[in-house]
Design a protein around this ligand. Sequence first.
Ligand code: ACO
Length: 324
Amino acid sequence: MNARITGTGSYVPARVMTNAHLEQMVATSDHWISERTGIRERRIAATGEACSDLGLQAAEQALKASGLSAGDLDLILVATCTPDSLLPATACLIQHRLRATRAAAFDISAACCGFVYALGVANAYIKTGFRHVLVIGSEVMSAITDWTDRNTCVLFGDGAGAVVLSATEEARGVLSTHLHSDGSLWDLIHVPGGGSRIPPSEKMLEARQQYIKMKGNETFKVAVRTLEEVARETLAHHHVSVEQIDLYVPHQANARILKAVAERLGLPAHKIMMNVDRYGNTSAASIPIALDEAVRGGRIQAGSLVLLGAFGAGLTWASALIRW
Ligand code: ACO
């Protein structure tokens, strides 16, 4: 059995935060942000708008596009590092709100790689007999962003994307996923407080340990290297050349990272999906949002060969090759 993507969906909050807004908040400039990251604006969730609210909207769209109803789903996976709460899993909250009464549900924590990791898990479940799996990447990064830290606050945005995978006997769908991690690099990107190591406390809040910390420059170099490596590994696995790829859909972290990777791989600009200018880094949501835009914009069509690539906290990196 193969796992074919039969529907995509996405949702971003209405509120737009431009680089000009950030100039009012920290010592930065539109010029610095645009030059260093390619980001011009990002979406920010409304007060009270949580991960499951965004994910639900993306999921409903993906289900509609697939022609299935929630009752058909066997499994719901939510990739996120900003769940509604530590317990229960956000996937369960969405399962309830969709009324997907037959579905198992759990979250996957692999930061910006979460969607590709979840795709790998969904693919494996379909190979063992599940018929329909909903995979959602949803993030409210604004909740873990330190709005006084110019090194990080200019980078992130909120949003959600989703895909429905269905079992098929056709020779198409997810051809393979390639998942990697190196926990020795855990401190490149992390949120120190709020878990069992540093539980929530007044002291934790004073030290601003509930927010994301990042060694940007080191992360940049590792990102370029791992994205190139995992893309080459995936292409070699299938004896596919770069020229045969119709669209590369990478995690949208920084336009400079993506341009560097494309250059190393020899991929022309028109074969790379980029929307980081409008949404910033939406972590696990970035690839499914980009996929949905590519499908709705006609850049992915039946038969397209699509390569995904991601890296993120952990450190994790991953790719997938999909015959649409
Ligand atoms: N505005 C103005 N100046 C700034 C800003 C800002 N927003 N942020 C940093 N600077 C300054 C720094 O303080 C530094 O100043 P100094 O030279 O006086 O010390 C200078 O700009 C250069 O800083 P660098 O960190 O060297 O800048 P770099 O070119 O590396 O760009 C960036 C920084 C954009 C963060 C880049 O390194 C990057 O994108 N890294 C990857 C981040 C990433 O992709 N993370 C993804 C994972 S997130 C997840 O998994 C949830």
